[in-house]
Write a protein that binds this ligand. Structure first.
Ligand code: NDP
Length: 277
């Protein structure tokens, strides 16, 4: 039976470690502050922002909340970011995505000072990751590396396949696996024979955004399967991009949804905040 990779337990462990580090930093007079900006009242975004604030409070990071109205202009948002970039008492700036249509997301991401880019989305952060320089790394893929390492799964020398090539998951995931000396293939919607490609994987990371698309025909016997997807099915239950019941019996380790990759994203955001000082 497959090892179930427990993201909840691993993220709790990371937050506990960070809490200790933050307390030690406070004792030496260093306070960490994260500015969290939300534009509009998208319910999913409100849940994510609420969870981020809660995690900050738990770890001991001060959070400054900016709740801006839906009709906020691009200039107003850019002006706020410029102000926060200049504030010495603000270590990290997070703008919750997606943004309303009148605001250009790329412009906003590019306006955040790379030293405060705790989401790791700024082109400079991505470039640094690409050429192996230190910098902030996108939280979800960074969390997946922690899941693998803390579960005792070796990456070096393994055939790693990443299904999905988005800027926030697939591409940084591929770069991180490469940094860990995996042999990496990236698949996407134009990949000709996806099953043939994914079946080569010792470690398969799935971020296609399609509920339960990956069944056992896509998976090599004994592979490690990491499911990034998150969806609500017709019964309002959460499921991933992987058909868990079908795949679990054939793989050596697998992340469940919920309780796998999801909890790691916020833990790694907290980690980036601590690293931002
Ligand atoms: P995107 O929609 O931005 O990207 C999906 C990627 O999958 C694209 O590169 C696309 O290819 C590829 N793809 C789509 N359909 C297929 C297919 N049939 N075969 C092969 N490749 C395909 O999604 P994200 O990367 O943002 O997110 C992926 C999933 O992860 C979503 O379910 C999202 O909700 C979840 N997620 C979860 C997080 C967490 O914390 N757990 C954080 C972020 C995302 P192409 O480029 O050719 O279009």
């Amino acid at each position: 039976m497959a090892q179930v990779i427990d993201g909840k337990a691993i993220s709790a462990q990371i937050k506990e470690e960070l809490k200790e580090r933050v307390a030690a930093m406070k004792a030496e007079g260093t306070e960490i502050t994260l500015a969290v900006i939300q534009v509009g009242e998208d319910p999913a975004s409100s849940v994510y922002v609420g969870n981020k604030k809660k995690a900050c409070a738990y770890v001991g990071i001060r959070s400054l909340a900016y709740e801006l109205p839906e009709e906020t202009t691009e200039k107003e948002l850019l002006d706020l970011i410029a102000e926060l970039n200049g504030r010495k008492d603000v270590n990290g700036i997070l703008v919750q995505l997606p943004l309303p249509g009148q605001i250009d997301e790329d412009k906003v991401i590019g306006a955040i000072c790379p030293d405060k880019d705790v989401d790791g989305f700024h082109p400079q952060s991505v470039g640094r990751l690409c050429i192996g320089q230190p910098g902030f790394v996108s939280c979800t893929p960074a969390g997946i590396i922690q899941l693998l390492k803390r579960s005792g799964i070796e990456i070096a020398g393994k055939e790693c396949v990443v299904a999905g090539r988005s800027n926030i998951v697939g591409k940084p995931m591929a770069l991180l696996l490469l940094r860990e000396n995996g042999t990496v293939t990236v698949a996407h919607s134009k990949t000709k024979d996806l099953k043939e490609v994914t079946k080569r994987a010792d470690i398969l990371v799935v971020a296609v955004g399609k509920p339960k698309m990956i069944t056992r025909e896509y998976v090599k016997e004994g592979a490690v399967v990491i499911d990034v997807g998150i969806h609500r099915n017709e019964n309002n239950k959460l499921c991933g991009d992987v058909d868990y019941e079908d795949v679990a019996p054939v793989c050596s380790a697998i992340t469940p949804v919920p309780g796998g990759v999801g909890p790691m994203t916020i833990a790694m955001l907290m980690n980036n905040c601590v690293e931002s000082t």
